[in-house]
Design a protein around this ligand. Structure first.
Ligand SMILES: Nc1nc2c(ncn2[C@@H]2O[C@H](COP(=O)(O)OP(=O)(O)OP(=O)(O)O)[C@@H](O)[C@H]2O)c(=O)[nH]1
Ligand SMILES: [Mg+2]
Length: 443
C-alpha cells in the first residue's frame, strides 16, 4: 500500500510575514504540480502562483521548493510552500491540499518521525530537534543544538565501537575453545572496557544536570509571612504576578512563574509564609510551601532584615540543605549589611540586588553547567547508560574470574543493545509514539 502523503503548516499559526507549509510523501511533487502547474528545479526557491481547483482563482503567490527523496529532510519527496503568512492564506492552501487524493494532514511530529524511520536521523537527533523547537533560554538552545547536530550520537557511537571491538575479539576465541585468551589480548580488552566504564561513569555522575537545563531548575521562595517573598518573585519576573500587601499571610497557595534567569530556565515558586496558624486554608498553604521547598533544586530562604538576628535564627532549619540561598530582605530598613552568609537586598530600593543575582547565577550554574562530558538529556538516556555500564562491569568481572567467554560476550551484547536503544537502533516501537507525540504539528 502506498504511504500517505502528509502536509502541515511548519510555522506557528497567526499573522506573520510568511507561513511555511510542508508536504512529504510519494505524492508531494504531484501536489506541487497540481497547485502551480509545474515542478520547479530541485532544491531551489522559485516564485510560483498557486491556484485553486478551477485553476482560475489565485490562492497565493509564493516561493516554493521541491526536495526529491531520498536526499531530503524526511527521506521522502518533500515540498515547501513559503506562503504569505495570513491565516486565510494558510487555510485556503491546506484546504486545497486536503482535497488531493492520497494527502492528509500530518500528525504531530510525523515529519521528524519519517526522517527517523527513513534513517535520515537517529533518535537522539530527533529529540534534539524537539528540544530546539522548545528551547526558550540560551542554555537550552546550546544543549539542544549539540544533540540535534549529533553530539550525543557521536559519543554513543564511539562507545559502541569499543564494545563491538571487544566483542569481536572475544568471539574469535569462543569459536576456538581449545585456545586460551592470550594475556596481551585480555589486557587490551580490559583496558578498552575500563576506559569505557570511566566515560559512562562520568556521564552518569553529571546526574540530571542536562535534564535540569532542558526542564528548568525548580526554585522555591520560602520565609515567614511578610518577609517579602511575593515582592521578590515580582522583582525577578519584572511584573506583578503575585499580590503584595502589608497583611501577613497574603499568599495562600503556591504560585509558579517560568523565567529565564541568566540564560537558564527556571520555575520560581512563591509560597505561603511559614507560621503556625489556626486558619485551615493558610495551614494547607504552609504544608504546600514546605513540600515545595523539599522538592526544589534551589531554595531561596528569606528573613526580614528588620527582624534582626531572631528573624534569621528562625529560618536556620531551612538553611541546612546546601541547596539554599540565605537572603535578608528589606535591607533598606536597617543600617549596614547583613551578616554572612546572608545576602542583604531590597526590592524597593534595588540595594543588593546585583549581588543577589550574581549569587543566584552562580548557584544555578553550579547545578546546571556540565564539566564537559556527554550530556544525557533524558531519564531514558541515563537508564540505558546505567544498564550498559552494569553489563560492562559484569563482563570485566567475568574476564577477571576466568568465567566462560560466552558469559563475558553476552554482557557486551547487552551493553551494546542498551546504547543502541538510546539511538533508536533496537526495539524502539513502543518508544516512538511517546517521543514523537511531544512534537508540534508540522515538525
Ligand atoms: N521597605 C521595604 N518593604 C518591602 C520590601 N519588600 C517588600 N516589602 C513590603 O513588605 C510587605 C510584605 O511583602 P510581600 O512581598 O507581600 O511579603 P510575603 O513574604 O509575600 O508575605 P506573605 O505572602 O503574607 O507571606 C509589603 O508591604 C511590601 O511592600 C523591601 O525591599 N523594602
Ligand atoms: Mg506573599
Amino acid at each position: 500500500m502506498e504511504q500517505d502523503t502528509i502536509f502541515a503548516p511548519a510555522t506557528a499559526p497567526g499573522r506573520a510575514a510568511l507561513a511555511v507549509v510542508r508536504i512529504s510523501g510519494p505524492r508531494a511533487l504531484e501536489a506541487l504540480r497540481t497547485l502551480t502547474g509545474d515542478v520547479p528545479p530541485a532544491r531551489r526557491l522559485s516564485l510560483r502562483v498557486l491556484r485553486d481547483s478551477s485553476r482560475e482563482e489565485v490562492l497565493d503567490e509564493a516561493m516554493v521548493a521541491a526536495f526529491p527523496g531520498p536526499a531530503s529532510a524526511t527521506g521522502e519527496d518533500l515540498v515547501e510552500l513559503h506562503l504569505h503568512g495570513g491565516r486565510a492564506v494558510v487555510a485556503a492552501v491546506c484546504d486545497r491540499l486536503a482535497t488531493l487524493p492520497g494527502l492528509r494532514i500530518a500528525d504531530p511530529g510525523e515529519f521528524t518521525r519519517r526522517a527517523f524511520l527513513n534513517d535520515r536521523i537517529d533518535l537522539t537527533r530527533a529529540e534534539g530537534i524537539l528540544d530546539l523547537v522548545d528551547a526558550e533560554t540560551d542554555a537550552q538552545r546550546r544543549q539542544a543544538v549539540r544533540q540535534a547536530t549529533g553530539g550525543l550520537a557521536a559519543a554513543l557511537d564511539g562507545w559502541r565501537e569499543i564494545l563491538v571491538t571487544a566483542m569481536a575479539r572475544l568471539e574469535a576465541f569462543i569459536d576456538f575453545p581449545d585456545e586460551d585468551l592470550p594475556d596481551s589480548l585480555q589486557t587490551e580488552i580490559r583496558a578498552g572496557l575500563s576506559s569505557l566504564d570511566a566515560a559512562m561513569a562520568a556521564a552518569l555522575a553529571e546526574g540530571s544536570r542536562a535534564e535540569l537545563v532542558r526542564e528548568g531548575l525548580r526554585i522555591a521562595i520560602v520565609g515567614v509571612p511578610n518577609a517579602g517573598k511575593s515582592s521578590l518573585l515580582n522583582w525577578l519576573a519584572k511584573r506583578d504576578v503575585a499580590i503584595v500587601s502589608a497583611t501577613a499571610g497574603t499568599t495562600r497557595d503556591v504560585l509558579e512563574v517560568h523565567l529565564d534567569i541568566n540564560g537558564y530556565a527556571a520555575t520560581v515558586a512563591d509560597t505561603a509564609g511559614l507560621r503556625e496558624t489556626p486558619d485551615e486554608i493558610e495551614a494547607e498553604g504552609v504544608r504546600r510551601a514546605l513540600a515545595r521547598a523539599e522538592a526544589a533544586d534551589l531554595t531561596l530562604v528569606l528573613a526580614d532584615a528588620s527582624d534582626g538576628e531572631a528573624g534569621r535564627d528562625a529560618m536556620r532549619p531551612y538553611l541546612v540543605q546546601e541547596s539554599a540561598l540565605a537572603i535578608a530582605t528589606k535591607i533598606d530598613l536597617v543600617e549596614g549589611p547583613a551578616p554572612a552568609p546572608w545576602i542583604g537586598l531590597s526590592t524597593r530600593t534595588g540595594a543588593g540586588t546585583e549581588e543577589f543575582l550574581t549569587a543566584l547565577g552562580t548557584a544555578m550554574a553550579d547545578r546546571m553547567d556540565r564539566v564537559g562530558s556527554v550530556a544525557l538529556t533524558r531519564a531514558r538516556h541515563r537508564d540505558a547508560v546505567g544498564a550498559a555500564r552494569a553489563a560492562v562491569g559484569r563482563c570485566l568481572e567475568a574476564l577477571e574470574t576466568g568465567a566462560p567467554l560466552e558469559i563475558a560476550a553476552e554482557d557486551l551484547r547487552i551493553a551494546t543493545a542498551a546504547l543502541g536503544r538510546i539511538l533508536g537502533r533496537v526495539d524502539v516501537e513502543e518508544l516512538l509514539d511517546r517521543i514523537f507525540g511531544e512534537f508540534c504539528l508540522g515538525k
